[in-house]
Structure formats: structure tokens, C-alpha cells
Design a protein around this ligand. Structure first.
Ligand SMILES: Cc1ncc(COP(=O)(O)O)c(C=O)c1O
Length: 414
């Protein structure tokens, strides 16, 4: 991904469909102060006006598993129908730390492997690499995951003496695929995971950004359907709060063995022990900024993000309609794309292989950036697919960016 950052820095005037950043229109410094104050007032009330405790909670070293765990649990109940014990929540430095802690905790020795639906989020592959856990690819299907392949990959791995510890998946508006699992697939995936004794790591940074009509009922998360503690749920406030706070979390309500005495402990506590050696605790000031936002909206980030949701819905429609206008099915260049029902990403298949070299050409000569899809696969081989991120552009930038992309594709396809 360094290469992509370099290209972006080299061509700052290029229109970027590459970065999966949230829209910046609503990143608001005044809200940071307001949310911090709200959280401080909440603590004041909780501690009966004891200012020293309020200051200590916000400014001192703090609880390893975090100080907004109860608010996170309330948010999960109100937005996702997930009921969790706040003790099972670990507030982390972004979802990235949650990923790493979880994988590090699951890894015992070099037989342990992670399964992941390919293409997969680079942050998950990176965390697995850092945790020294090889990733075995599971095939993606139009339904999001090929469950038969998941079962076969797990079985083959066990036959080879490996220990598949979990399968990583983004069931809602995946990064990079944009695909969502429908309800039936979610249920079948859970059943298959129970059957083969495999944990699911559900990563859900985009779930609130469905592009359906207002009042549309969102699909239940795997965690809300999980009756067997088979899902570790990973959350991020980067898109629903702000990425600068670097706050995420993990819900880990599984019981894990503690060794010779045969006792068990909460996986969240195990993650807390690891966290105490890594980042000690997530900045309580940053947590307070997110906590205040949760308080302001009574735990509902769906409500808090109405404006963002409207922007992402509009942008997704503009990109999908814009692609359809520029690349009619019966004409060259032959470009196809998927039609996600929400989230930040659309995947297009171009009529030629589109790797880093062509991205550099496209940035330099056409002024538009995208992400080559090969970055989300295990090998280095370039592919025809590119990922377009729709989240942080204006309508005018989308139109100009798609015009440039269309010219680039037409001129290469001769
Ligand atoms: C699938 C996925 N997980 C997690 C994250 C966010 O992680 P963090 O909270 O560390 O910013 C992203 C952001 O790009 C993502 O796409």
C-alpha cells in the first residue's frame, strides 16, 4: 500500500477513487470539544461530582479494556441488536489493534492459521502477518463467501496438521468487494462455522451505511445471530465517529482455556492482557470524544450519521449510474462492475490487466486514481479488477473522475 500512497502524494491534483476515507464535510473540531465535555459531564454524574476521579479517568493511565465499554455495549444493542456484557468489550486503538490482538491471542504455535475470504482487507492480512499467522484463502462467491470452500479449506488444513483458528470476513459492504451476505448465507455460514468448530471474525466498519430506502431494515450482523459464542465482533469508529480519534473495539465473549489448571477466562480479558503489553490503554481522551458522540445520540450511530449516510448513498448512486452511462453493455470498451447495496466500494473489471504500472500511467496522464485489486489477494499477480472508493468525493469530482477513467480505459482498449 506504500506504493499507492506514493502515487497519491505524487499526483495531489488527481481525483482519487483510491482512498477509503470518510467524507470530510462533517469532520468538525467544535464537535470534538462538545463531545469531550459531554463525556466529562457523564463521568461527573457517574462519580457524584468527584472532580478528581473525572480528571483521573480522562487524563491518567486507565482501564486497559477501556472506559467507554458500557456505551459501546449500549450502541451495539440499539443499532445492531447485539446484546453483550460490557466486560466482553475491549476498546482498542482503531479496529487495527483489535485485529492484531485477536489474532495474536488465537496464535499459540506455528500450526495456527487464519482463513480469510479473498479478496480481503489489507489491514487484516497485515495484522495476520504481524501475528505470524499464515492466511489461507477462502473463495468469494457472488453471495460473498463460498461456504463449501470454507469447509474444504478448513478440512484440508487440518489434514495437513494445521489448526485453522478463525475465518475473517466483512459481511456488510465488504472492503474491497462491496458485497454483502444475505440473511440465508449468514445463517448457513454460522451453522457451517459451528459444525467445523471455527470462530468467525466479523469486521463491520460499514454496516451502518446501507444505501437502501430510508427506513430499510438492515440485515442482522453475524454476532446478533450468534447463539453459540462463535463470533468475535470487530468494530471501528473511524467511519462513524472520526478516523483521527483512532478508536475501535472488539467484542470477545468466548471462554478460553488458561492452561494447566483447566480453568477458563474471558477472551476479552486475554486481549486485555496482551493490550497492556502493546498500547497499555486506548487514549481516554480519544475515547471520550467518541463516548460523547454516543451519549449525544443516545447510543445510536445510525442517527448520528444521517448526513453521512445520505452522502454515501448519493455517491454510490452517482458512481453506479455514471459507470452505466459511460460504459454501455453493448459497446467497447467492455467494462463490468458490481452493484453493492451500500458501503464505500465498487469493483470494476476492465478489459485489460490493471496493475500498479497502469495506475501510475493513469494518475500521470489522466489525473485519476483507483486501487488495483491485486493488492487484496495473496499473490502479486496483477488483475483486471480495480476498486473504486466512492466515499469522500463531491458529485462534481465523481463526474470528472469517471470521465477521466472512461477516457483512460477507451484509449488503452484499442
Ligand atoms: C474492513 C475494515 N476494517 C477496519 C477498518 C478500520 O480500521 P481502523 O478502525 O483501524 O481505522 C477499515 C477501514 O478502512 C476497513 O475497511
Amino acid at each position: 500500500m506504500n506504493f499507492l500512497n506514493e502515487v497519491a502524494q505524487h499526483y495531489p491534483d488527481a481525483i482519487s477513487f483510491a482512498a477509503g476515507r470518510p467524507c470530510e464535510d462533517f469532520l468538525d473540531l467544535a464537535a470534538v470539544h462538545r463531545h469531550l465535555d459531554l463525556f466529562a459531564a457523564h463521568l461527573r454524574e457517574k462519580f457524584g461530582g468527584d472532580e478528581q476521579r473525572v480528571r483521573g479517568t480522562l487524563l491518567q493511565y486507565g482501564r486497559t479494556k477501556g472506559v467507554i465499554h458500557e456505551l459501546v455495549a449500549r450502541h451495539l444493542e440499539s443499532d445492531e441488536g447485539i446484546l453483550v456484557d460490557p466486560e466482553a468489550v475491549v476498546v482498542t486503538v482503531g479496529c487495527q489493534e483489535a485485529l492484531f490482538l485477536t489474532l495474536r491471542a488465537l496464535r499459540r504455535d506455528d500450526r495456527d492459521v487464519l482463513l480469510a475470504v479473498m479478496p480481503t482487507y489489507v489491514g487484516a492480512a497485515g495484522a495476520a502477518h504481524l501475528a505470524d499467522m499464515p492466511v489461507l484463502p477462502v473463495a468469494q462467491s457472488d453471495a460473498g463467501i463460498d461456504i463449501d470452500d470454507l469447509v474444504a479449506v478448513a478440512r484440508r488444513a487440518r489434514e495437513q496438521g494445521l489448526r485453522p483458528r478463525a475465518c475473517y470476513i466483512v459481511p456488510d459492504f465488504g472492503n474491497p468487494s462491496g458485497i454483502s451476505l444475505d440473511l440465508d448465507v449468514r445463517k448457513r455460514l454460522l451453522e457451517a462455522a459451528y459444525d467445523i468448530g471455527l470462530l468467525l471474525l466479523e469486521d463491520n466498519p460499514y454496516g451502518l451505511f446501507d444505501a437502501g430506502p430510508a427506513g430499510n431494515t438492515p440485515l442482522p450482523t453475524l454476532k446478533s445471530l450468534d447463539t453459540g459464542r462463535g463470533v468475535v465482533y470487530l468494530g471501528s469508529f473511524a467511519k462513524t465517529g472520526n478516523p483521527g480519534a483512532r478508536v475501535g473495539y472488539v467484542v470477545a465473549d468466548q471462554r478460553v482455556g488458561t492452561g494447566a489448571d483447566g480453568g477458563t477466562e474471558l477472551l476479552a480479558d486475554r486481549l486485555g492482557e496482551l493490550k497492556s503489553m502493546l498500547t497499555v490503554n486506548t487514549s481516554p481522551i480519544a475515547q471520550a470524544v467518541i463516548g460523547g458522540k454516543l451519549l449525544e445520540h443516545d447510543g445510536s450511530l445510525r442517527t448520528a450519521n444521517e448526513r453521512e449516510r445520505a452522502v454515501y448513498r448519493r455517491n454510490l448512486r452517482l458512481v453506479l449510474d455514471g459507470l452505466a452511462r459511460r460504459f454501455p453493455a453493448d459497446r467497447r470498451p467492455h467494462v463490468t462492475w458490481n452493484r453493492p447495496s451500500g458501503g464505500f466500494f465498487v469493483v470494476c473489471a476492465l478489459p485489460f490487466v490493471a496493475g500498479d504500472d497502469l495506475l501510475a500511467v493513469c494518475a500521470r496522464e489522466y489525473g485519476v486514481l483507483w486501487t488495483p485489486m491485486h493488492h487484496f489477494y495473496a499473490g502479486d499477480e496483477a488483475r483486471r479488477e480495480i476498486r473504486l472508493s466512492v466515499s469522500h468525493l463531491t458529485p462534481a469530482e465523481i463526474e470528472t473522475g469517471l470521465d477521466r477513467l472512461a477516457r483512460f480505459v477507451a484509449e488503452r482498449d484499442t
